[in-house]
Design a protein around this ligand. Structure first.
Ligand SMILES: Nc1ncnc2c1ncn2[C@@H]1O[C@H](COP(=O)(O)OP(=O)(O)O)[C@@H](O)[C@H]1O
Ligand SMILES: N[C@@H](CCC(=O)OP(=O)(O)O)C(=O)O
Length: 377
């Protein structure tokens, strides 16, 4: 049967993510009728006074046909070239379609850096909130043309979950080419749809594929379940369904799979730090620092660090390890890797006296740090 969907119809701010496979075809590039249908349903949501943010994939897929590429290329440079061509085409389509409903759209291209560094994060936050206040529909994608392997979100499902956090959405709708999460890949055999998920732990042992059928998208169902875990874990309901079902979902019909929100909201920036980044280096903590950081939630000072590895600069995310190499936390580091060896084991007072007040700062401030569940990575 499935649970009552009042919470879904009452959502005032909705992030909708649509995958490449629902917007484009390998041969024809963008499928105009699908874009038009999506925009039509989103424009209705907007007209009903609900805020909408669209996270749209499809830049790479849309660029394939114009560049004569027969399939999604494997190498990054070709993907980036396709994205560069395709993103413009995609936005041109959205701009025209939304204009027909009297709506402006705004392009927002994000990289991981834009949201994990504090100053950049504030910019992205401010811009998205201002666009919504102006009645504009922000259309978000990863900035594929400049993102390298190291700094990629990689898939837009995770990006959508993090954007939902960033704009304080009540609801995230993931649109794909299947109408629900099934207990096995429905394109490979008999499978039953799952109507409600109260905890993604319920899905342990289920066959959730990492590749899609179309060959256009990335991540398959696995990245959607991960995105649902991120969003629900931070207080946002998630519904997964196919693009044609979008109006039905938003009207509260019992279609698709509803991942019920679990926890209260958490700090958005720390969520990005935990889920959107990988550490660019490691800091090994002595036992006292481990206790201070883990048990007392203290900042990390040079005195508690025994070893540094990696090539990072101030502002990068780094992993904090205990003496056995277990990852305890991730934080934004305030020093370059090259500066740290000379400071290790020394008190901040000493350093300030010898090198100046600038050296009194924490290596990782407590507000820029998130404790990781042991064994998660
Ligand atoms: N348990 C499952 N339930 C539903 N779909 C699944 C499952 N496991 C694998 N899949 C596959 O995942 C595909 C969707 O992934 P993908 O093509 O990456 O989508 P998108 O482009 O929308 O991000 C579906 O077409 C389906 O074949
Ligand atoms: N930024 C990429 C999206 C990659 C991606 O995650 O695609 P999908 O699995 O279809 O959501 C693009 O626009 O092509």
């Amino acid at each position: 049967m499935g649970a009552d969907r009042t919470a879904i119809t009452e959502a005032e701010r909705v992030v909708v993510k649509i995958g490449s496979s629902s917007l484009t075809t390998t041969r024809g590039g963008i499928d105009d009728s699908r874009v038009a249908a999506l925009v039509d349903s989103l424009a209705k949501v907007r007209a009903a006074g609900r805020d909408v943010v669209l996270v749209s994939s499809g830049a790479i897929a849309a660029g394939l046909a114009p560049l004569g590429m027969p399939a999604r290329p494997r190498d990054l440079a070709r993907q980036q070239a396709a994205a560069s061509v395709g993103q413009g085409l995609l936005m041109a389509n959205y701009t025209t379609e939304f204009a027909a409903h009297g709506r402006q759209v705004g392009q927002v291209l994000l990289t991981v850096d834009d949201v994990t560094r504090r100053a950049h994060y504030r910019n992205a936050y401010r811009t998205l909130h201002k666009l919504l206040a102006l009645g504009v529909v922000p259309i978000v994608n990863e900035n594929d043309t400049v993102a390298t392997h190291e700094i990629r979100f990689g898939d837009n499902d995770r990006l959508a979950a993090l954007v939902a956090q960033l704009v304080h959405a009540d609801l995230l709708v993931l649109l794909s080419d299947v109408d629900a999460l099934y207990d096995g890949d429905p394109h490979r055999g008999e499978a039953s749809a799952i109507t409600d998920v109260h905890s993604v732990d319920e899905l342990d042992g289920l066959d959730v594929g990492a590749t899609g059928r179309s060959g256009l998208g990335s991540g398959g169902m696995q990245t959607k379940v991960e995105a649902a875990a991120i969003a629900t874990g931070s207080g946002i309901d998630v519904v997964l369904t196919s693009a044609p079902q979008a109006p039905a979902v938003l009207a509260g019909d019992k279609v698709g799979t509803w991942f019920h929100r679990r926890a209260a909201r958490r700090s958005t920036r720390l969520l990005w730090l935990e889920y959107a980044t990988d550490g660019r280096g490691t800091l090994v903590l002595d036992d006292g620092a481990v206790r201070a950081v883990v048990e007392r939630g203290a900042s990390l000072l040079p005195a508690g660090i025994t070893d540094v590895a990696g090539d990072f600069t101030a502002g990068d995310p780094v992993d904090l390890l205990d003496g056995d190499g277990a990852v305890l936390a991730r934080g934004v580091v305030n020093f370059d890797a090259s500066e740290l060896p000379a400071l290790l084991g020394r008190s901040t007072k000493d350093l300030a006296r010898e090198l100046g007040a600038a050296y009194e700062r924490e290596v990782v401030h407590r507000d820029d740090m998130v404790l990781l569940r042991r064994g998660r990575r």
